[in-house]
Design a binder for this molecule. Structure first.
Ligand code: BES
Ligand code: ZN
Ligand code: ZN
Length: 497
């Protein structure tokens, strides 16, 4: 899909569909919409009067063959209240418009930003929103209708002097949108098509293409390094584990500068192990590698955007299977750090592999950590599919920095409590630490505390994306399936150095 900036007047632009958006405040026919209304001899005012055009959030008003315009269709998308309008709204508007028109067989469209919106940020939002909206989960369908595609978007409403800013925004938005879709593609793969070995191969291929340093640790290297927590999960099935390490280094690294460590859980299928999950809905556990895929996608974006900070991405990957050699409840394992773990529930495997991932990232030089993981069902209970659960260590400034990036990137995240009292719940009776809480409730917090034990004093933030990494229902701006959540936040975080 091609996206370019156009500076020609939209009224005289020939296109299959001209798209813009309408605010809800008072009369929706204002500013640029007024100009369109005049060109169409008062058609828009009549629609507003009849109540068909209100500007309510994501309301779609499609007008065929609008007299006075050169476009075959005019699509007006509701933008809600003007004072609430932001880049996140624009992302949804452009995404919803794309999916709406694609399903109606449109191939090329002009998206006109409103007066005052011809900025770098807006162009980035339209690119991100459109590219993410274009993603479909139909890779394995043999009868897909190839004729339904959007081939080009002309981003209009920019003047010649605004063009350069628009193009910068488009370029950045394209990298981020495509990297998000790259991650979503990985997340979508079923476990027979994406084993830890295949994930590592795909990550390695991406890294090499992007010019990033990459090292894949195989099961032998993992054993040599005594990554006992990762190995304990992997021993339950025949697929060998992998530890994926991708590094981005800026052109002029300063000695003593912070090093960002991104650690992602990549369980390519989580049966629960011996603490086996119920069969209903188990198929969804192919997305238990979303945290790892997201981190790999972030690295893809950073290779192109070139932030001014070193970033080390560490992705432990394994299946969680209940084979004859599987670990059993009560087994005691020794993590790479030397800490002993009593595995009371083999289904709490994400924190086990993250223990070694976080420790290894620190050993490689990470000074600031963020991990992302589909860690707990409890976070779905707490925050549903709306907010990512955010858990921080003692360094609240670091958590605030991650939260500020989430806000700027338009991803909803909510900080959860991490009082010391919760730590008591995972104190071990026979080993140093146990992998589930002994108290009742707070399952997401005890999970976070377990990982924190391995982060130690290093500033660390944990993102529980179990509720947000998968859309159970399609949204008008995003297909059902993997979302690629947290990618935009983490790209923004790296770019903020
Ligand atoms: N992968 C699951 C968490 C999950 C649940 C992800 C629902 C996506 C949707 C994780 O490994 C798990 O099974 N966690 C257990 C922890 C429990 C045993 C303490 C859970 O949430 O039930
Ligand atoms: Zn599990
Ligand atoms: Zn899991």
């Amino acid at each position: 899909m091609q996206i370019t900036i156009g500076t020609q007047p939209f009224a005289t632009t020939e296109t299959e569909a001209l798209v813009t958006y309408v605010f809800e405040n008072g009369d929706p026919v204002q500013g640029r919409i007024s100009e369109m209304d005049q060109l169409t001899s008062g058609l828009l005012k009549r629609l507003a009067k009849s109540g068909e055009l209100t500007g309510k959030t994501l309301e779609m008003t499609l007008i065929h063959a609008p007299a006075g315009l050169k476009a075959a269709r005019l699509l007006l998308v509701g933008a809600g209240k003007r004072e609430k309008f932001d880049a996140a709204a624009l992302r949804k508007i452009s995404g919803s418009a794309l999916r709406y028109l694609k399903s109606r067989g449109v191939h090329n469209l002009v998206f006109a930003v409103r007066e005052g919106n011809a900025t770098e940020d807006s162009a980035q939002a339209v690119a991100e929103g459109s590219i993410a909206a274009d993603f479909e989960s139909d890779k394995y369908k043999t009868d897909k209708k190839n004729d339904k595609s959007i081939d080009s978007i002309l981003l209009a409403g920019f003047s010649e002097s605004e063009r350069a800013a628009g193009e910068r925004g488009l370029a950045r938005g394209r990298v981020i949108g495509e990297s998000q879709n790259f991650a979503r593609d990985l997340i979508n793969e079923p476990s027979n098509k994406l084993t830890p070995k295949i994930l590592a191969e795909k990550a390695e291929a991406m890294a090499k293409l992007a010019g990033l340093a990459v090292e894949i640790l195989d099961e032998k290297k993992i054993a040599d390094l005594k990554m006992g927590a990762l190995l304990s999960v992997a021993q339950g099935g025949p697929e060998p584990p992998r530890m994926i390490v991708i590094t981005y280094a800026p052109a002029n690294p300063k000695p003593g500068a912070p090093v960002l460590g991104l650690v992602g859980k990549a369980v390519t299928f989580d049966t629960g192990g011996i603490s086996i999950k119920p069969s209903e809905g188990m198929e969804k556990m192919k997305y238990d590698m979303a945290g790892g895929a997201t981190m790999i996608g972030v690295m893809r974006a950073l290779a192109a955007l070139k932030p001014n900070v070193k970033v080390i991405c560490v992705v432990p990957s394994t299946e969680n299977m209940p084979g004859g050699k599987a670990q059993k409840p009560g087994d005691i394992q020794t993590a790479m750090s030397g800490k002993t773990i009593e595995v009371l529930n083999t289904d709490a495997e994400g924190r086990l592999i993250l223990a070694d991932g976080v420790h290894y990232a620190k050993q490689l030089g990470a000074t600031h950590l963020v991990d992302a993981a589909t860690l707990t069902g409890a976070i779905v209970v707490a925050l549903a599919s709306i907010n990512v659960g955010v858990f921080g260590g003692a360094d609240q400034a670091w958590t605030d920095k991650v939260l500020a990036s989430a806000k700027a990137a338009g991803e909803k995240m909510w900080q959860m409590p991490m009082d010391d009292e919760y730590r008591e719940y995972i104190k071990g009776t026979v080993a140093d630490i146990q992998n589930i809480g002994s108290g009742k409730g707070g399952g997401s917090i005890t999970g976070a505390w377990f990982i924190r034990e391995f982060a130690g004093d290093t500033p660390w933030v944990h993102l529980d994306i179990a509720g947000t990494a998968w859309n159970d229902d399609a949204k008008s701006w995003l297909a059902k399936g993997p979302t690629g959540v947290a990618l935009r936040t983490l790209v923004h975080l790296a770019m903020s150095y």
